[in-house]
Design a protein around this ligand. Structure first.
Ligand code: SAM
Length: 273
């Protein structure tokens, strides 16, 4: 069975090998047949589909094993990106492997890797979480458990929960961290911004479009800040030109979300320098 990654937005993001494998398959197992049909029609691929989703994965896996046993070529795709990554697929793969059939990955798009590749965070490691629990208590417990991990934390989030998830990230993780908000990757309104974590709620609130689409959130590992980000530095300098150090730092902190003390120390250094 071939595990085939498909686009996360831009239909051009599909490998030559993926297209060839899908074209030659006898059956394509997919999450949502209508969704799959759109991609396959785009590439003029007309192969029988079989729905495999969260609710029927065990029964569907048995059917796929039956097909493999009669020598049929089976490919597995998900609605977007790499199957098995915050998507169904793992249980099917386990069952097919346990039945003695080879499982071959065809690598391709994945939202987390796409975001990491364009984020420029230089942490040595990343820790993939995917979706946090939807319930507030469980989400906060999960975040507490992630706090000691020294790595970029990688989350997936949907637009209807982006504000509450980001609010919890700010409440429960250290303010020294940065966040990279990557939305609508590979699509028309793709946007990737890096901010001090405490500044994220204000950024989301600033524009309705900032809360639209599909999100990958990357939270950097805790590390001592070497300096202010360029925007906070600019705001602090502007305020310092008009106000005393303490007031400038306080106001800059309200605007940027950066810790007041960091701004105060920087303001003192600027005055001295
Ligand atoms: N299997 C997919 C992968 O390999 O990335 C992930 C599927 S998961 C059900 C869907 C979530 O992935 C979205 O809610 C969002 O968090 C993230 N995602 C998928 N496509 C995205 C995109 N184009 N831009 C940003 N995030 C995306």
């Amino acid at each position: 069975m071939s595990i085939v990654a498909t686009p996360i937005g831009n239909l051009g993001d599909i490998t030559l090998r993926a297209l060839e494998t899908l074209r030659q398959a006898d059956v394509i197992a997919c999450e949502d047949t209508r969704h799959a049909r759109r991609l396959l029609d785009h590439h003029a691929i007309h192969v029988q589909l079989l729905a495999v989703h969260e609710h029927n994965e065990q029964a569907a896996a048995a059917k796929l094993i039956g097909l493999l046993a009669t020598g049929k070529r089976v490919a597995l795709i998900s609605d977007a990106g790499t199957p098995g990554i915050s998507d169904p697929g793992a249980r099917t793969v386990a069952a097919v492997r346990a039945a003695g059939f080879t499982v071959t990955p065809l690598p391709g798009p994945n939202a987390a890797i796409a975001a990491l590749s364009a984020a420029g965070l230089d942490d040595a490691a990343f820790h993939f979480i995917g979706f946090l629990p939807a319930k507030v208590g469980a989400r906060r417990t999960a975040l507490e458990a992630l706090k000691p991990i020294v790595a970029t934390l990688v989350f997936y989030e949907a637009p209807h929960r982006i504000e509450e998830t980001v609010a919890d990230l700010v409440a429960l993780l250290e303010p020294e961290r940065d966040i990279v908000i990557a939305r609508e990757l590979t699509k028309l309104f793709e946007e990737i911004v890096r901010l001090p974590l405490p500044a994220a709620p204000a950024w989301l609130a600033a524009d309705d479009n900032h809360r639209r689409g599909e999100f990958v959130l990357l939270v950097s590992a805790t590390q001592p800040r070497e300096g202010l980000d360029a925007e906070s530095e600019r705001i602090l300098k502007t305020l310092l030109a008009e106000l005393p150090v303490k007031q400038a730092a306080k106001l800059a902190s309200t605007i940027t979300g950066v810790a007041k003390n960091d701004l105060y120390q920087r303001a003192l250094a600027l005055k001295d320098g």
